[in-house]
Design a protein around this ligand. Structure first.
Ligand code: FPP
Length: 245
């Protein structure tokens, strides 16, 4: 059972295995993505009901642009459909939609409804749904470093002003709570350029389930596993126990 206290505030998911799910059924890859979009709907709803503060989904990486053109096009259409069809659900449930990644690369037919919903949901406060779109962790760190270098050249800061805290403030995830749990589906055990900085102290949970088969029940299992872990943040077990007293 998921304990209502000790919930992760921020969960991030690498939604992997859509292609394999389709292949096993002799279907085109896009059918896996389509079924994957249904998992997204269920998991967003369940996260909101549980009371998570933030959910980040790796929907499209910077590297995914190199996939076959038809697959990229279909993924973009699925994203557009999601934004259009889930608009009422997102607004009614007080969910704030944000994105991380290079939105300027998205085609207009995705960007327009997406940016409209980002604007309209900006004041919603029950949960933040963050879609990583055209996102790469390294790219995001490099962009932050570049901004700080520019600020230093402009004389706005000096290099010794830069520390982990000020650096994190330059990342696009600055509006999200600390990342507590990263889930990756489909049996792969890699981070794949996702939230590299943010995952520093996150718990990692790898599960064999393919993303289209992922449901709220699988999310509950992952959260239960999280709740059974001891997070030490570099301390000893004894120190952690003493701090809890
Ligand atoms: C990885 O599976 C999945 C993706 C690259 C895309 C994820 C997209 C969705 C779940 C649907 C649309 C998203 C939203 C937010 C509505 P893969 O294709 O790499 O699977 P494989 O490793 O089995 O080939």
């Amino acid at each position: 059972m998921v304990q209502p206290h000790n919930l992760p505030r921020h969960v991030a998911i690498i939604m992997d295995g859509n292609g394999r799910w389709a292949k096993r059924r002799g279907l085109p890859r896009i059918e896996g993505h389509r079924k994957g979009a249904d998992s997204v709907r269920d998991v967003v709803r369940a996260s909101r009901e549980l009371g998570l503060k933030a959910l980040t989904l790796y929907a499209f990486s910077s590297q995914n642009w190199d996939r076959p053109m038809e697959e990229v096009r279909s993924l973009m259409e699925l994203l557009r459909d999601y934004v259009v069809e889930e608009r009422a659900e997102i607004m009614d449930n007080e969910i704030r939609l944000v994105t991380i990644g290079d939105r300027s690369r998205l085609p207009e037919f995705v960007r327009d409804p997406l940016e409209e919903l980002i604007r309209d949901s900006a004041e919603n406060s029950q949960m933040t749904l963050c879609l990583a779109l055209s996102y790469g962790g390294r790219e995001s760190i490099v962009a932050a470093a570049r901004r700080l270098a520019e600020a230093a050249v402009a004389g706005e800061i000096i290099p010794s002003d830069i520390d982990a805290q000020s650096f994190a403030q330059e990342l696009s995830t600055r509006m999200l709570p600390e990342l507590d749990l990263v889930i990756r589906t489909s049996g792969e055990q890699r981070i794949s350029n996702f939230l590299l900085w943010e995952a520093a102290y996150a718990e990692l949970y790898f599960i064999d389930t393919l993303w289209p088969d992922f449901s709220r029940t699988t999310l509950y299992q992952a959260i239960e596993a999280f709740q059974g872990r001891e997070r030490r943040f570099g301390l000893t077990s004894e120190q952690v126990r003493l701090r809890r007293l």
